[in-house]
Design a binder for this molecule. Structure first.
Ligand code: NAD
Length: 292
């Protein structure tokens, strides 16, 4: 690694808090090394309070780009110069580019396309399907909008009545007005409607973070009757690799259960392309990071 770093090395950042657990620095640095690209990727513990200064730092230091995660995905938008069409629609950013270090910062979102590619790699067809999903926060919104843009027929979102519910209403409105997908939003406490919706769906997506700390003991599906062999179950969580939901689904006969590792890999690969113009060597990275 050290012989790669010299006076020409370009820096890519990651701004979030907490962030020390992230796989992104290893993923990007290993990919740079594999391709012999003169870049380094470092994580910075940055919250909303430090964000304005940190973004100025990107400009001042000619940092070539940065990934952005919680709690900065929406908060960063006012500090940027431009948004990609998808980031504009989602209202969140997970990748910022600073092309040639010239200080013109463009916000992109790769979570939704990353999730769709992860499903495709598992041979899951989303076009013309009915999809039920829980969670319409940062990740859920990006997935919902991309799924609608990519041809899902009906998207039925269930969310608890928390502060996210209002934003979920806006997401549904956007999808219905700007895409051919029919989207609905229902309170997750209506368990009858939730089960009925899944019974009519071919894919269930959990984008809530249930199954991950501190909600590691939570699965939003607890009735074995809801699980069918032909129901694809996709949980965006990747730590642990098998959430309570995925374990329950497998035990009750689901044939295809997918965790968040693929989404993590492909959202990173797309960001890598935006930063460097090169394709991430995904098979190599998968082997390195995701082996059991
Ligand atoms: P967020 O806080 O923006 O959204 C969380 C959503 O879950 C909201 O809709 C909220 O209403 C809902 N929710 C929260 N607690 C709930 C509960 N107890 N029961 C039912 N619903 C509940 O979070 P986010 O940024 O969207 O992240 C969600 C998850 O997605 C996290 O686990 C994160 O690690 C994961 N994620 C994975 C990837 C990936 O690449 N695999 C990328 C981004 C996020």
């Amino acid at each position: 690694m050290t012989e790669r770093l010299d006076g020409h090395t370009l820096l890519i950042g990651l701004m979030a808090t907490p962030i020390r657990h992230s796989l992104s620095p290893t993923m990007h640095n290993e990919a740079f090394a594999k391709l012999g690209l003169d870049y380094a990727y470092l994580a910075f513990e940055v919250g909303n309070k430090e964000l304005a200064d940190a973004v100025q730092g990107l400009r001042a230091l000619g940092i070539r780009g940065s990934n952005v995660s919680m709690p900065n995905k929406q908060a960063i938008i006012p500090y940027l110069d431009e948004l990609s069409p998808a980031a504009e629609l989602v209202g969140a950013v997970n990748t910022v580019t600073n092309l040639d270090g010239k200080g013109h910062l463009v916000g992109h979102v790769t979570d939704g396309t990353g999730a769709m590619r992860a499903l495709k790699e598992e041979d899951v067809e989303i076009k013309n399907q009915i999809v039920t999903m829980t969670g319409a926060g940062g990740a859920g919104t990006a997935i919902a909008i991309q799924a609608a843009l990519d041809g899902v027929k009906e998207l039925r979102i269930f969310n608890i009545k928390d502060q996210q519910f209002k934003a979920a209403e806006e997401t549904v409105e956007k999808i219905n007005s700007k895409t051919d997908c029919k989207a609905t939003l229902t309170d997750l406490s209506d368990q009858g409607a939730f089960k009925q919706s899944i019974s009519e769906s071919s894919i269930y997506i959990d984008a809530t973070g249930c199954g991950m700390k501190p909600l590691e003991d939570v699965s939003l599906i607890t009735d074995p009757e809801v699980i069918r062999p032909d129901l694809v179950i996709f949980d965006v969580v990747y730590i642990p690799k098998e959430t309570k939901l995925l374990k329950f689904a497998k035990e009750n006969g689901a044939k295809k259960t997918i965790n968040g590792l693929g989404m993590m890999l492909y959202q990173g690969a797309e960001a890598f392309k935006l930063f460097t113009g090169e394709e991430m060597p995904v098979d190599y990275i998968k082997e390195l990071l995701f082996k059991d």
